[in-house]
Ligand binder design. Structure first.
Ligand code: NAI
Ligand code: A1CAB
Length: 266
């Protein structure tokens, strides 16, 4: 049995706990959580999560400890756990911008630290998570955590120094994609198409297009060409997107996301 504790049971902590407990891993792990908003932990009891009343209780009962709190308050949380961090504890931080060196500095110099940038689709077993670790974490320990994120979707191991840059690609990108989807669904409503039908058709187009990128064997440029009949509707629409420099807008969005991660960084 692997003991996994969560400090913070907000959107992401909850998504990871529900992801673990509803996956095949559920029976092999014992989950516990602490959050000052006790109702959030209470709501997780039906997923087999044991409520704890302090950081100390989590630390004393867990080998793997997830820090699922906002970057702005993580320093206080690290101060609260430092006295209970041992050379055996594996600290897993999902906080945007927070580095492993800061975590070790605020706890113990030999702290085992894994950094993860997950995303909310993990709630449905469709997460996309990036992971990296410091050199104190053993292969076996890293595999335990990697396995959690693989079971809850896809996971990629990336260099530690790219953990801030990756946020735009998977951590924040669901919000960017939802906004894009809203534009299509709002347009459908404006021309009198039932929004339920529009949502069903557009979301299936998102899923299908994603599968074409991953499974068709074609490049993205080839896939765009396959849809674009000469003199047809797609080219007419694409012209407006090129005119609005969509790819530059996306690049600016990603750069702004990364810049904020550096501002939050510790
Ligand atoms: N929401 C998302 O899509 C993603 C969030 N993240 C990261 O996950 C972390 C958490 O974000 P969310 O879950 O969205 O925020 P959230 O605000 O939903 O959850 C944070 C939780 O921490 C709790 N909390 C506050 N002080 C605490 C303390 N001293 N001890 C224990 N818990 C405490 C709050 O009550 C709250 O439930 C952030 O660092 C964020 O950068 C990473 C990837 C995606
Ligand atoms: O907005 C944020 O800061 C967090 C990190 C990635 C997604 N949500």
């Amino acid at each position: 049995m692997v003991n996994i504790g969560f400090i913070g049971a907000g959107n992401m902590g909850t998504a990871i706990m529900k992801g673990i407990s509803t996956s095949s891993l559920g029976k092999d792990v014992k989950l516990s959580a602490f959050d000052p908003s006790t109702e959030k932990v209470k709501a997780l009891e039906e997923y087999g999560v044991t409520p704890c009343s302090s950081e100390k209780e989590i630390m004393e009962n867990s080998k793997y400890v997830f820090l699922a709190v906002k970057p702005q308050i993580i320093e206080g949380v690290l101060e609260a756990i430092s006295a209970y961090t041992t050379k055996d504890t594996v600290i897993i931080s999902i906080a945007a911008g927070i580095g492993d060196e800061f975590i070790a500095k605020k706890t113990i110099p030999d702290a085992k630290v894994i950094l993860v940038m997950p995303n909310t689709p993990l709630l449905l077993g469709e997460g996309a998570s990036a992971l990296s670790r410091n050199d104190k974490v053993s292969d076996e320990e890293f595999d335990v955590v990697l396995n959690i994120f693989r079971i809850c979707g896809k996971a990629a191991v990336i260099p530690k120094d790219k953990m801030k840059e990756i946020i735009a690609i998977n951590g924040s990108s669901p919000a960017f994609i939802y906004l894009f989807a809203k534009g299509f669904i709002d347009y459908a409503a404006s021309v009198g198409i039932d929004s339920k039908a529009a949502e069903e058709l557009f979301t299936q187009s998102l899923i299908g297009s994603a599968k074409m990128i991953t499974d068709s064997g074609n490049t993205i440029d080839d896939l765009i060409k396959m849809v674009s009949s000469p003199g047809g509707t797609t080219l007419a629409g694409l012209e407006r997107l090129y005119e609005g420099n969509l790819t530059d807008v996306v690049k600016n969005c990603c750069e702004s996301c990364t810049k904020r991660a550096y501002e939050l960084s510790k």
